[in-house]
Design a protein around this ligand. Structure first.
Ligand SMILES: [Zn+2]
Ligand SMILES: [Zn+2]
Length: 338
């Protein structure tokens, strides 16, 4: 199992996990229907029957078939509750990479991507994410639940079959910590949520790409990646796990429309899709939650890797113009077919 190590002096941490990182190369895809026995038993298999969704789960040697979404613990987890490694102190700080690593398979079809599954399917996926998220936060040793999806050959995914990872951490990840800290400071100084302010500023500006009733998608002012965009609720909301079914449907529509628009704008694009949610433990600093999408169109240079300075060859205004047109078209098609 994994080791969570911290830098000699700073709080920057990383995980050593020998199991993970293996790309699926066998002819049999463990995430595909018919190969259920290759994964751990499902804790949830959603099966559609007579227009209703049944919530089933695998038992010992009886695997639920005909599912549309399947949730199970990763067989090659990055973090584990069975971690046995010992602790050590700085400068060689290490602690067991303790946690849960769940996979949510988002479609039966290996050829699907996040940009091809239907908004309805996305809604079901997001409801399942909410459920699992709530459950994970009741578990011991869970300080933060990270939720991310990787799409395409350059995304770092270990299996091209569309799926999300839910991975818990015993500490708040540095990027969330920094966002929450900055948010808290601005709230104290100015009495406003900086994301609410940003949304207000971007609503009718040149970086806005799509809006639905409750959500906005826009390219951020200072993006680290070409065509990077964020999706955020327009109204102040800090808890994703409490959003309603109506909001989930709305989010699904904008997610699907923007990912479809991105795919049509940048050929064969790989991307990471990351949920930036508030830590849901008591007394932790909250953020106005949002989803960030990082398209990967080139490799990092020394400037990015060595200094953390991102060079972007597409301005967010130009990206928003192209994405906006493609996403609006995609939305029109989707609304037409719903
Ligand atoms: Zn806000
Ligand atoms: Zn963020």
């Amino acid at each position: 199992m994994g080791d969570m190590r911290k830098d000699y002096v700073s709080e920057r941490f990383m995980i050593v996990s020998k199991n993970n990182g293996k790309v699926v190369e066998s002819k049999k895809n463990p995430f595909a229907p018919g190969n259920e026995s290759m994964t751990k038993p499902s804790v949830l298999s959603l099966v559609e029957k007579d227009g209703m969704l049944q919530r089933l789960q695998d038992s010992e040697d009886d695997y639920v078939e005909g599912w549309s979404i399947r949730v199970f613990e990763s067989k090659n987890p990055i973090v584990s509750t069975e971690a046995e490694n010992s602790y050590s102190e700085k400068p060689f700080y290490s602690e067991p990479a303790y946690g849960y690593h769940y996979i949510i398979v988002a479609s039966q079809n290996t050829k699907d991507t996040f940009a091809t599954i239907s908004p309805d399917q996305w809604s079901n996926v997001l409801v399942v994410v909410q459920d699992r998220l709530r459950w994970l936060y009741t578990q011991k040793g869970v300080t933060y639940v990270s939720i991310y999806g990787d799409e395409g050959i350059l995304s770092g995914t270990t299996n091209p079959h569309p799926h999300l990872n839910l991975l818990t951490l015993s500490t708040i990840p540095p990027i969330i910590d920094a966002e929450a800290e900055a948010s808290h400071q601005i709230l104290n100084e100015k009495g406003i949520c900086h994301m609410c302010q940003t949304i207000n500023d971007e609503l009718s500006g040149p970086r806005q790409i799509l809006q639905t009733d409750g959500f906005i998608a826009f390219c951020p002012w200072a993006p680290s990646h070409p065509y990077e965009f964020w999706i955020s609720p327009k109204k102040h909301t800090t808890s994703f796990s409490k959003i309603t079914q109506k909001e989930i449907n709305d989010l699904s529509l904008i997610l699907r429309a923007t990912l479809g628009g991105l795919t049509n704008t940048v050929k064969n694009v790989s991307y990471n899709l990351v949920f930036h949610l508030s830590p849901e433990k008591k007394n932790t600093r909250q953020i106005h939650w949002h989803i960030e999408i990082y398209p990967i169109t080139k490799s990092y240079s020394g400037l990015e890797r060595g200094y953390g300075i991102f060079l972007n060859d597409v301005s967010p205004e130009e990206a928003a113009e192209k994405l906006g047109a493609a996403c609006r078209k995609e939305l029109a098609n989707l609304v037409g077919i719903i």
